[in-house]
Write a protein that binds this ligand. Structure first.
Ligand SMILES: Cc1ncc(C[n+]2csc(CCOP(=O)(O)OP(=O)(O)O)c2C)c(N)n1
Ligand SMILES: [Mg+2]
Length: 1107
C-alpha cells in the first residue's frame, strides 16, 4: 500500500500544545505521534473556538465547539454562536450539558484509585480524557496503519508507521494501567452493552476495528449523526462474525469469480480480457452490495465500469449467459447493426430473480468507451432518468454502482465533476456506491508517480463520502464493508466509496509483461497465494468446509463453463442487440421506420401556450416579480396577440406542445433557467421570498408531461454525459443540454466523440439528445464565438460523394442512415420544428444545433404562427422568397449560407439594391446534407454563379463539409446501382432506387460496383464512371478482397447497398462549381478586435453580394 503522505504531519500550535496536550506526552518521546494524537483534540479548547463556522470540518471539531459554546457562548466565534443558537445542531447524548459539563464525578472513579462517591483527582480526569483522545485518534487515523495491502509493500514515505502501537505508544500510560477500568464515552460503540472496559481491552478492540483489514475514513464528515452511524457499524462487537452459511456463500462466489478467469485463461490464453486476478473478491463484493440493497428495497441497479473484471461481472454478477460471452472471443461477424466494440466495452441489461433475496432485480452495465471514467456521468444520468420515470423520488428503488480503477479514479477529472453532481437537486441519484478495484498500479505506473494524494480515493472526501478501505484478501472484511456501504446508501442516500486494495496478478492485460517495470512487486505476487486458496484454507482449518467440498464447488463451475463453451461454438454470429444496456421495448415495434409525424400544431395550441408563457404567476398580487420581467412578459403577450414568435417563444412553443403530447422535456446546462443571454426566463423568482419560483411551462395543461429546467454545476463533461445517459433511458422525452457558449462544449469532447457521435454504431444505442450550442462570429474574441461546427460536421457519417436516391422519403432516409444531425436554424419556426421533429421521428438521432446569440433579439428573426401551425414543417433549406426567388432566370448569383450571416447578407443586398440579382438561400440542416434541395435550387437558378458565404474562417464553419457535397449535388454524374457487395448485409443500408435524374447510370451488374471497398481501393484507380469488369487485375483484387474482408473487416456503414462511393469514385468535372466567400483560414476562431471583425465581415459581405 503506497501512502504518499503521512497523516502525522498535522501542525500543532505551541499555544494549543500548552493548553491541552502536554500531559499526554512522555518527555523525550516522538513528537510526531504525539502531535497526531493530539491534533484533533487541540482544537477543543479555546484556541480553535475563535475559528469561524465555515472553517470547521470535522464532527469532532463541531462537538468540541459545541462544548465550548455551552460553557461560554462568548468563547466561540460569532458564526458558531449563531449556529448553535439557531438550534440546527442536535447534540448527541454525550454532548448534552449534563454529560459534557456536569458529569457525575463519581463516574470517573472506576478503578482509578479514587474513593467511590468522592471527587476524582485531577490525574483521574486527565486519564479519562486521554482515553477519549485515544479513541478519537483511532477513529481519525486508524486507517493509516491498517493492514490494507495484501502484498504488504511498505510505503517508503512512512518508515516505522506500520507498527500498530504507534497510535498509543507515547501516551502516559504504562503496563500498570492496562487493567484499569475506563468509562467509555458515547462517541464509541466498542463496549457493546458495557459502559466501561479495561484499558487493555479498549486498545485491543480499537486495534481490531480500525487497524486490522479495514481502514475507515470518515471523521471528516460534517454530520455527527453520520459519524456515529459509521462508528456503530464498525465498532459494535461481533459485527464481523459470519455464520457458516454466509461463509460458504462467500466461498462459492469467490470460486466462480476465480474459476471464470481461470477458464478464460485456459481457453483463450492469447486473448486480452483484462482479468480480475488479484482482486477477484470484487465479484462477491458487488453481489453483496446488490443483495443487501435488494433487501432494502432496490429493484434496479445501473452499473458503470472499466475494462478490469468486466467480463467476470457480466458473467457472475449480471449472470449474462456464458455462451454469449464466450462468443465474443470467437471473432464472429455481427448479425445486426453497428460496427460493434471490443468485448470488455459492451453493455448489458438483465432482469432476473435474485436467489438470495428472492426478489426480482434489473441489472444494467452501461456500455463504455476506452476513455476511463467517461461512463460515470452517463450512468448517473441514466439512473436519474430511471428514478424519474418510476417516480422514485428518493432513490429507494433505483441505484447506481460505479466501479473504478485506482489510477483512473484519482487521475480523471470527470470523477470529480461527477462527484459534484451527487447532491444537486436535479442531478442527484440519491447515493452512489463507488467500488475501486485498487490493484495498486495503473498500466505500468506506480501510485507514487500517478497521484499526489495519500489515497486514490481522496477525491470522494470533497462530498463528505465515507471511504472504506479494505484488504481484498480478507473476504469477510470485504463483505462487511459492502454490507455497511449498502446500508449507508439506503439510510443517508449519499455516496460512499469502497476501496478494495488488492493487486494485479498478471500484466495490464494477459499478454503484457509486468516484470519489465515492477520487478519487486511481481516477485512478491508470484509467491502470493490467491485469495480463494487463502480463504478456502481458512475455512477448512476452522472446520466450516472440507477440502472435498472446496474442490467439488470448483469442479461444478468448471463444468458449467465447459457446457457454455460448447454451446458458444455452435453460434455463427454475434448479436449486438444482446448487449444493449437500454432496450426501448415497444418503441420501434409496429412503427413505419420512415414515417415522420407532423410537427405543426393547431394555431389555438400555439396561442394557448403563448398566453400561458407570457402570463405572470397566477397569484401575481403576492408573487413579486422583477419589473424588467414584467416587460418581457408583456412583450411576449404582444407577440402572441400579433401571432408572431421570437426565439424564446418559438422554443416555448416546441416545449409546450411536446409537454401537451405527453413528452417529458428536460433542459439542463449552465444558467439555462434564465438563459445565458437573458432571453429565456423559464423560472421567475419572487423578489421578496427566497426559493419561491414559478415556471409557466410546468403549468400549461393539467395533464401535461413534466418539464424540468435545471441550472447545472459548472461542468460540461459530466453534465453532458449525464444528459446523454438521461436521454438513453426513454425515447419519449426531449432531453436538451445547452452550452453557455458553444465552444465550451469541447471540455466534454469525449462524451461527444465516444458516446454521442458513435454510440449507435458501437452499441446499437440510440439517443435523441439535443446539444444547443450558441454560435456566431460577433466580434467577441477568440472564445465565445464558434461552437466549432466543423468538428461536428467532420464526424458526420454521410458520404460526401454519394447522392442518395431521390424519393418522397429522401429526408427521413438520410436521417435514418446518419449518426447525428447538425443544423443551424435562422428562424424561431425552424427551431421549433427541428426540436419537435426529434420526437416525431420513428427513431432517435442526436441533434447538434448551432443556436444564435444576437438573433435572439433580432427584429427580423421572428416567425409568424402560420410557420408553426398545422401543415408547416421543418425546412432543410429556406429558399429565397423575394424578387430573386420569384424570377430565378434573371438571377446572377446565388449565395448559399448557414446561420446568422444570412441577416447580414440580406441587409447588404438591400443596401446594394440587388434583390433581383442575388438570391440568398439558407442551408438550415447542414448534415445530413440536403443534396436533393441543393440540386433543385441550383437548377432553378440555371444561369447564376453559385457561392458559399460564411462568416467563419475558411478551415472552420461548414465549408469543408459542404464543398464536396455541393459538387456531388450539382454534378452527381456518378452512377448508383444495385450491388451484391458481400459487405452490404448491414441492415442500416437500404436498397437503392436510381432515379431518372441520375446521369451516366451504370447497369446493376457492374462489377466495379459489386466489389468490396477494399478491392475497389486497390483496384479502381481507373474507375471513372465506366465499368472495369473485364479487367484481370480487378478480378484478382476482388477475389483477394473477398477472402480478406469477411474475416477482418467490418462493414462500411451508413452507405446504402450498392453505393459505390468509395475511394476511387469520381465526380464528373463538367458540372457547375461553387466558390467560397469568407474569411481566410486561421489557427483560432479569433476575428481580432471588434473593429477588425466588422471590417472582415463587411469585406465578405461585399464579396458575396456583388455581381
Ligand atoms: C482517458 C484514458 N486515458 C488513458 C487510457 C489508457 N489506459 C487504459 S488502462 C490504463 C491504466 C488504468 O489503470 P487503473 O485505473 O488503475 O485500472 P487497472 O487497469 O489497473 O485496473 C490506461 C492508462 C484510457 N483507457 N483512458
Ligand atoms: Mg489499477
Amino acid at each position: 500500500m503506497h501512502r504518499a503522505h503521512t497523516a502525522f504531519s498535522l501542525a500543532l500550535s505551541p499555544m494549543a500544545h500548552k493548553n491541552f496536550a502536554t500531559w499526554l506526552f512522555k518527555s523525550g518521546t516522538s513528537q510526531k505521534v504525539a502531535k497526531a494524537t493530539a491534533a484533533a483534540a487541540v482544537r477543543t479548547y479555546n484556541s480553535a473556538a475563535a475559528e469561524p463556522f465555515a472553517n470547521g470540518s470535522t464532527a469532532t471539531y463541531v462537538e468540541e465547539m459545541y462544548n465550548a459554546w455551552l460553557r461560554d457562548p462568548a468563547s466561540v466565534h460569532t458564526s458558531w454562536d449563531a449556529y448553535f443558537r439557531s438550534n440546527t445542531y442536535t447534540s448527541p447524548p454525550n454532548l448534552a450539558p449534563v454529560q459534557a459539563n456536569t458529569l457525575p464525578l463519581t463516574a470517573f472513579s472506576l478503578g482509578g484509585g479514587a474513593v467511590a462517591g468522592a471527587a476524582p483527582d485531577s490525574k483521574t480526569i486527565d486519564d479519562h480524557l486521554a482515553v477519549q483522545a485515544i479513541i478519537r485518534s483511532y477513529q481519525i487515523r486508524g486507517h493509516n496503519i491498517a493492514h490494507l495491502d495484501p502484498l504488504e509493500i511498505n510505503s517508503p514515505e512512512l518508515p516505522g508507521n506500520s507498527s500498530t502501537k504507534s497510535i498509543y505508544a507515547n501516551f502516559s500510560f504504562g503496563e500498570q494501567d492496562m487493567e484499569r477500568q475506563f468509562k467509555l464515552p458515547s462517541t464509541t460503540f466498542i463496549g457493546g452493552d458495557e459502559a466501561s472496559l479495561p484499558l487493555k481491552e479498549i486498545l485491543n478492540r480499537l486495534e481490531n476495528v480500525y487497524c486490522n483489514k479495514i481502514g475507515v475514513e470518515f471523521m471528516f464528515i460534517n454530520s455527527l449523526e453520520q459519524c456515529n452511524w459509521i462508528r456503530k457499524h464498525f465498532e459494535t462487537p461481533g459485527v464481523l462474525n459470519f455464520s457458516p452459511e454466509e461463509k460458504r456463500l462467500i466461498l462459492a462466489r469467490l470460486t466462480r469469480a476465480t474459476g471464470f478467469e481461470a477458464f478464460l485463461a485456459k481457453k483463450y490464453s492469447s486473448e486480452k480480457r483484462f482479468g480480475l486476478e488479484g482482486c477477484e473478491i470484487m465479484i462477491p463484493a458487488l453481489k453483496e452490495i446488490i443483495d443487501v440493497s435488494t433487501e432494502l428495497g432496490v429493484e434496479s441497479v445501473i452499473m458503470g465500469m472499466p475494462h478490469r473484471g468486466r467480463l467476470n461481472t457480466l458473467a457472475n454478477v449480471c449472470r449474462k449467459p456464458l455462451n454469449q460471452i464466450f462468443t465474443q472471443f470467437a471473432g464472429l461477424e455481427a448479425a445486426d447493426d453497428g460496427s460493434g466494440d471490443v468485448k470488455y466495452h459492451l453493455g448489458t441489461y438483465i432482469e432476473r430473480l435474485n436467489r438470495v433475496t428472492n426478489k426480482n432485480i434489473r441489472l444494467a452495465v452501461v456500455a463504455n468507451p476506452s476513455h476511463l471514467e467517461a461512463v460515470d456521468p452517463v450512468v448517473q444520468g441514466k439512473t436519474r432518468a430511471e428514478q424519474f420515470y418510476r417516480g422514485d423520488q428518493e432513490g429507494k428503488k433505483v441505484m447506481s454502482i460505479l466501479i473504478h480503477g485506482d489510477a483512473a479514479f484519482c487521475g480523471q477529472g470527470v470523477v470529480y465533476e461527477t462527484m459534484h453532481l451527487s447532491d444537486l437537486p436535479d442531478y442527484t441519484t440519491h447515493g452512489t456506491i463507488h467500488v475501486v478495484a485498487n490493484n495498486q498500479i495503473g498500466f505500468t505506473t506506480d501510485p507514487r508517480f500517478s497521484r499526489s494524494s495519500p489515497y486514490c480515493t481522496d477525491v470522494a472526501r470533497v462530498v463528505n463520502a465515507p471511504i472504506f478501505h479494505v484488504n481484498a484478501d480478507d473476504p469477510e472484511a470485504v463483505m462487511h464493508v459492502c454490507k455497511v456501504a449498502a446500508e449507508w446508501r439506503a439510510t443517508f442516500h449519499k455516496d460512499c466509496v469502497i476501496d478494495l486494495v488488492g493487486y494485479r496478478r498478471n500484466g495490464h492485460n494477459e499478454i503484457d509483461e509486468p516484470m519489465f517495470t515492477q520487478p519487486l512487486m511481481y516477485q512478491k505476487i508470484r509467491k502470493h497465494k490467491n485469495c480463494l486458496d487463502l480463504y478456502a484454507d481458512k475455512l477448512i482449518a476452522e472446520g466450516t468446509v472440507t477440502g472435498e467440498e472446496v474442490k467439488s464447488v470448483a469442479a461444478k463451475y468448471e463444468n458449467i463453463c465447459e457446457e457454455a463453451f460448447a454451446l458458444a461454438k455452435t453460434e455463427t454470429h454475434v448479436k449486438y442487440k444482446d448487449w444493449l444496456d437500454s432496450p426501448w421495448s415497444g418503441f420501434f415495434e409496429g412503427k413505419d421506420p420512415l414515417k415522420v409525424a407532423p410537427t405543426g400544431v393547431k394555431e389555438e395550441t400555439l396561442i394557448h401556450i403563448g398566453n400561458r408563457f407570457s402570463m405572470p404567476p397566477p397569484n401575481a398580487a403576492e408573487f413579486v416579480i422583477h419589473k424588467g420581467l414584467m416587460r418581457v412578459l408583456a412583450a411576449r403577450k404582444n407577440m402572441v396577440d400579433e401571432k408572431i414568435a421570437d426565439w424564446a417563444l418559438g422554443e416555448a412553443m416546441a416545449f409546450g406542445s411536446l409537454l401537451k403530447e405527453g413528452i417529458h422535456v428536460r433542459l439542463s446546462g449552465q444558467d439555462v433557467e434564465r438563459g445565458t443571454f437573458s432571453h429565456r426566463h423559464h423560472v421567475l423568482h419572487h423578489q421578496l421570498v427566497d426559493k419561491a419560483t414559478y415556471n409557466s411551462l410546468q403549468h400549461m395543461y393539467p395533464d401535461q408531461a413534466p418539464y424540468s429546467v435545471s441550472n447545472s454545476s459548472l461542468s460540461e463533461y459530466a453534465v453532458l454525459g449525464f444528459e446523454h445517459g438521461y436521454s438513453m433511458t426513454n425515447p419519449n422525452a426531449l432531453v436538451l443540454w445547452e452550452a453557455q457558449f458553444g465552444d465550451f462544449s469541447n471540455t466534454a469532447q469525449s462524451i461527444i466523440d465516444q458516446f454521442i457521435s458513435s454510440g449507435q454504431s458501437k452499441w446499437v444505442r440510440q439517443s435523441g439528445l439535443v446539444m444547443l450550442l450558441p454560435h456566431g462570429m460577433e466580434g467577441m474574441g477568440p472564445e465565445h464565438s464558434s461552437c466549432r461546427v466543423e468538428r461536428f460536421l467532420q464526424m458526420s457519417s454521410d458520404d460526401p460523394d454519394y447522392f442518395p436516391p431521390e424519393s418522397d422519403e429522401f429526408a427521413v432516409r438520410q436521417l435514418h442512415d446518419i449518426n447525428w444531425i447538425v443544423a443551424n436554424c435562422t428562424t424561431p419556426a425552424n427551431y421549433y420544428h427541428i426540436l419537435r421533429r426529434q420526437i416525431a421521428l420513428p427513431f432517435r438521432k442526436p441533434l447538434i444545433l448551432c443556436t444564435p446569440k444576437s438573433l435572439l433579439r433580432h427584429p427580423e428573426a421572428k416567425s409568424p404562427f402560420s410557420e408553426m401551425s398545422e401543415g408547416s414543417e421543418f425546412q432543410r433549406i429556406i429558399p429565397d422568397n423575394g424578387p430573386a426567388g420569384q424570377n430565378p432566370a434573371n438571377v446572377k448569383k446565388v449565395v448559399f449560407c448557414s446561420g446568422r450571416v444570412y441577416y447580414d447578407l440580406t441587409k447588404m443586398r438591400t443596401e446594394k439594391q440587388l434583390e433581383s440579382d442575388v438570391a440568398i438561400l439558407r442551408v438550415e440542416q447542414v448534415s445530413p446534407f440536403p443534396f436533393d434541395l441543393v440540386k433543385e435550387q441550383a437548377n432553378l437558378y440555371k444561369n447564376a454563379e453559385l457561392v458559399w458565404a460564411q462568416e467563419e474562417h475558411k478551415n472552420q464553419g461548414s465549408w469543408t463539409y459542404v464543398q464536396p457535397r455541393f459538387l456531388t449535388a450539382l454534378n452527381h454524374s456518378r452512377d448508383v446501382s444495385q450491388s451484391d457487395d458481400p459487405m452490404s448485409s448491414n441492415t442500416t443500408t437500404n436498397t437503392t432506387n436510381t432515379t431518372t435524374d441520375h446521369t451516366n447510370h451504370v447497369s446493376a451488374s457492374s462489377e466495379s460496383e459489386s466489389k468490396p471497398w477494399l478491392s475497389r481501393m486497390f483496384a479502381s484507380n481507373k474507375s471513372d464512371g465506366s465499368t472495369d469488369g473485364g479487367s484481370a487485375t480487378a478480378t484478382a483484387d476482388f477475389n483477394a478482397a473477398k477472402h480478406f474482408d469477411l474475416k477482418n473487416v467490418r462493414h462500411d456503414f451508413n452507405r446504402p447497398a450498392g453505393n459505390a462511393a468509395a475511394p476511387g469514385a469520381r465526380i464528373s468535372k463538367t458540372g457547375r462549381k461553387i466558390s467560397y466567400t469568407g474569411r481566410a483560414a486561421s489557427a483560432s476562431t479569433a476575428t481580432g478586435s471588434k473593429a477588425q471583425h466588422i471590417r472582415e465581415l463587411n469585406a465578405l459581405l461585399n464579396d458575396a453580394i456583388s455581381v
